[in-house]
Each structure stands twice: as structure tokens, then as C-alpha cells.
Design a protein around this ligand. Structure first.
Ligand code: ATP
Length: 436
């Protein structure tokens, strides 16, 4: 395995092979400085011109273009005069492993580069330090969350994304040709997470693609995104679900702050705030009242029983002003606005949404695990044949349970204050974007 830039300090005075991109070449009278980079940072390679043995290396490097890749056999030397980490590489051999053609734009200076051009060449766009950091932060956030889940005994599952029926909730699904019939792309792993609990796995999670055929061009909707979903059994209320979600987010944000807190502050000007438990929570009706009293806001008729983008922004304002919290759980949604599998008790929905920095990041709930009730709820929503297979999961014993789904891309967007999912997702998928 190659040595990363951020590991080189462990190899002082040793010989290593280092490979990476050529970031810059500074050809001075007496010396050639080559800046090499990988996703952990940059390092200087120094080639003295006075040393006759270097003639071949200088010849190689004078033909190398920026963004080419090289494999270098070199000695790692500590040198305080070197601004880049006080380390330089003194090469004895250089192999050009890939020569770069002229780039279509300067990814170090993206101002003025059209977002579509950037997405067309997303692999170049991500070479930009800031965009590389987005990837690292998202990975680290997931690492923190996964570590928490493994510690708590969750089992990671992978459910199919090709499914036979189009059902579940109001979301639009993509229909795909499947030999001589149609299949549908999964709009969430919901049914299968629950099946895993009926299968006797007590706690499960899945991180995977979620497809939504929503022809909407908001900054927070994509047609394919990554769902971070979990479900666990033997709960007594959706409060248990909220509590796990608090711990999960605290674990993820703690990890991000630890590893990248300073870099995020430097590059994005954003403080990573690790929240404390419990996050504030409020009933929807009380919220409507407060938002009206404080900000003169009235929820439009068609959104009664739910939140919308505007309410979510105000909820953030309110949560910050009243609780100094970036997060707010909202409960008391109307059953008509939520999927049939959310449990109701005396008509009250046993679920919640979590709003972070003004955007919904999760829907969670205690699920209906009683076959008769579930069948009735499905029927009320007009779902019959399509959910027959799902209802079977609850016929042969299934413990009380609940869970939630977090939009991972949305979390990354909010965490780093990015303007939209186009700049957040590794590869954005929207109504007008299927390539690369
Ligand atoms: P919204 O009301 O914002 O459309 P939703 O109610 O459809 O979201 P859920 O079905 O509950 O969302 O999905 C769980 C989570 O997945 C959401 O809280 C959100 O973080 C994320 N999410 C939902 N739809 C999208 C999308 N089209 N693109 C990116 N993330 C999404």
C-alpha cells in the first residue's frame, strides 16, 4: 500500500516509494521543486540541479504536466525550511505512471466555472481541496455513526433495490424494464429493514441507495441519494427511537469534530457543534402556535398536519432562540400525512421528524407491528395487493419496533453549509443529470 502524505513523518531518513498527483512544478535556477499530493495533503519533492545524478530525473520532470501521476522512490528528509510540513522527498527514481492532458478548467479556482461543467468533470472538480474535504467529512461522519451502531450490536444488512411492486408511501417510484415485466427501484429499505426484525435480528441498519422519481429541482432533493437507515426491536415508544437517533448523531458529529473540526472551520468557516441530549422536541400544534405568535407565520391550509420548507426554517430559528439548539424534533404529525406503517395510538401518530439547521433530515417512528392494525392502516391508504407480501412479515411473530432513515447527503450539505446536493453528492442524480 502506498504511503500517504500525512504518514510521511513516520518515515524520516527512510527510503519509501511515494505515489501521487503532480500538483505544481517550480523550476528554479539551482533546484526543481515538485509539489505532490494525495487526498491527505501535499509534500515537496526536491531535485537539486547541481547533483549530476539528478540529470535523468530532471529530464523526466521537465516533460511532466500538472495533474500527471508519478511513482517516486525517495528518501524522506526532515527540513525545517520546508513550509509544507517540514518534510521533503529526495528522489532517486521517478516513474510517470499517467500523463495528464490539459485540463478543461482550473479546479483550484472554481469561481465562474458553471456547475454543469463541474459536474460533467466531477472527478476533476473533486480534486479541489474543498471538494475533497467534503468527501472526507462525509466518510468520517458515517464512520462515527457506524462505530456507534456496531458498538450497540446493530447488524448491517443490504436489501434489494429492485422490487416487484410500487408501494410504501406517496413517493414516486422509478419503473424499470425487468425482462418481460416491470420492476421498481426501491424508494427506501423500509419493508426489508422490518423484515429483518421479523427474521429475528434485533437491531439492523443499512446504508444504501434510495431512489425517488421526484421531478423537483430544490437544493435538497436528488433522484438517487444515500439513505442511512436503521430499525430496532423491543422498544416501548418512539421516544426510544429518538434517543438512538440522538446518540447516533452525537457519535457522528463527535468523530467529525475530532478529525476535521479545525479544517472545516478553516475551509468552510463553520463550527461543528456536537449537540447534547436530549434535543428539544415539540408538538406540531404547539409549534404552529409559537411560530404564529413569534413570527406571524400561519401554516397554509394544505400543509396543516405537516411541516414545509418555510416552517422548517422557522423551526430552526425558534430552536436556536429558545433552546440554543440546532436540532429540533417535531412530533404530532397527522396520520394522513405519514405512511401507513407508522403506529398510531388513539389516532395520534407515534412518529417524528428531525429538523437540523432548518431542513428535515429524518422521519422516524414506532412502526405498527400488529398485523390486523397494519392491514387496516394499509387499506385506509388504498394499499391492498401491493403490500400483501409485506403484511406477511407480521403474521408469524414480530416484536414491537421502530426506526428512522436519515438522508446522508442532506446531513453533509447542512454540516458544511453547502448550497445544494449537486455540490454535496459524490455524483449528483437529478431530473436532468444521469452522467457521468
Ligand atoms: P421531503 O419531505 O424533504 O421530500 P421525505 O418526507 O420524502 O422528505 P423520507 O421519505 O422520510 O423523506 O426520507 C428520509 C430522509 O431522506 C429525509 O428526511 C431526507 O433527509 C432524505 N431525503 C428524502 N428525500 C430526499 C431526496 N429526494 N433527496 C435527498 N434526500 C432525501
Amino acid at each position: 500500500m502506498k504511503v500517504f502524505v500525512d504518514e510521511l513523518n513516520k518515515y524520516i531518513d527512510k527510503e519509501v516509494t511515494f505515489s501521487g498527483f503532480v500538483d505544481a512544478i517550480r523550476d528554479k535556477k539551482w533546484v526543481m521543486f515538485v509539489i505532490l499530493k494525495d487526498h491527505t495533503g501535499r509534500v515537496q519533492m526536491t531535485i537539486e540541479k547541481s547533483d549530476e545524478n539528478n540529470a535523468k530525473l530532471l529530464g523526466i520532470m521537465s516533460n511532466v504536466t500538472k495533474d500527471s501521476t508519478v511513482l517516486v522512490t525517495c528518501k524522506v528528509v526532515a527540513n525545517e525550511a520546508v513550509k509544507l510540513g517540514g518534510i521533503e522527498l529526495i528522489p532517486t527514481n521517478i516513474e510517470v505512471t499517467s500523463k495528464a492532458s490539459e485540463l478543461p478548467f482550473d479546479y483550484n479556482n472554481l469561481e465562474g466555472v458553471n456547475i454543469d461543467t463541474r459536474l460533467d468533470y466531477r472527478w476533476l472538480d473533486i480534486r479541489n481541496d474543498r471538494n475533497t474535504l467534503v468527501r472526507l467529512v462525509e466518510s468520517t461522519m458515517q464512520q462515527g455513526m457506524r462505530e456507534y451502531l456496531y458498538k450497540e450490536g446493530f447488524v448491517e444488512i443490504h436489501s434489494p433495490k429492485l422490487i416487484g411492486t410500487a408501494s410504501e408511501s406517496g413517493s414516486e417510484v422509478f419503473e424499470v424494464k425487468y425482462f418481460d415485466r416491470s420492476a421498481y427501484l426501491a424508494q427506501s429499505p423500509q419493508f426489508y429493514k422490518q423484515m429483518a426484525l421479523a427474521a429475528g435480528l434485533d437491531r439492523v441498519f443499512e446504508v444504501g441507495p434510495v431512489f425517488r422519481a421526484e421531478n423537483s429541482n430544490t437544493n435538497r432533493h436528488a433522484t438517487e441519494f444515500t439513505g442511512f437507515d436503521l430499525e430496532f426491536a423491543h422498544i416501548s415508544s418512539y421516544e426510544d427511537v429518538m434517543s438512538v437517533e440522538e446518540d447516533l448523531l452525537i457519535a457522528g458529529l463527535t468523530k467529525v469534530k475530532e478529525v476535521y473540526g479545525d479544517r472545516i472551520k478553516e475551509v468552510f468557516g463553520i463550527d461543528v457543534v456536537v449537540p447534547t441530549k436530549p434535543f428539544p422536541r415539540m408538538d406540531l400544534q404547539d409549534l404552529y402556535r409559537e411560530l404564529n405568535k413569534l413570527y406571524g407565520y400561519t401554516i397554509p391550509e394544505h400543509d396543516i398536519g405537516d411541516t414545509n420548507a418555510e416552517t422548517e426554517k422557522l423551526i430552526y430559528k425558534y430552536a436556536m432562540e429558545k433552546y440554543n439548539s440546532e436540532f429540533m424534533f417535531v412530533t404530532g404529525y397527522a396520520a394522513t400525512k405519514r405512511p401507513f406503517y407508522h403506529m398510531r395510538k388513539d389516532g395520534a401518530l407515534q412518529g417524528y421528524d428531525l429538523i437540523w439547521r432548518g431542513v428535515e433530515i429524518t422521519s422516524g417512528a414506532q412502526r405498527e407491528h400488529r398485523y390486523e392494525e397494519l392491514a387496516k392502516n394499509a387499506q385506509e391508504k388504498g394499499l391492498t395487493k401491493d403490500v400483501e407480501f409485506y403484511l406477511q412479515f407480521f403474521k408469524y411473530g414480530c416484536p414491537p419496533h421502530g426506526g428512522f432513515g436519515i438522508g446522508l447527503d442532506r446531513i453533509t450539505m447542512l454540516l458544511l453549509g453547502l448550497p445544494n446536493l449537486k455540490e454535496t453528492q459524490f455524483l449528483f442524480r437529478g431530473p436532468n443529470r444521469l452522467n457521468p
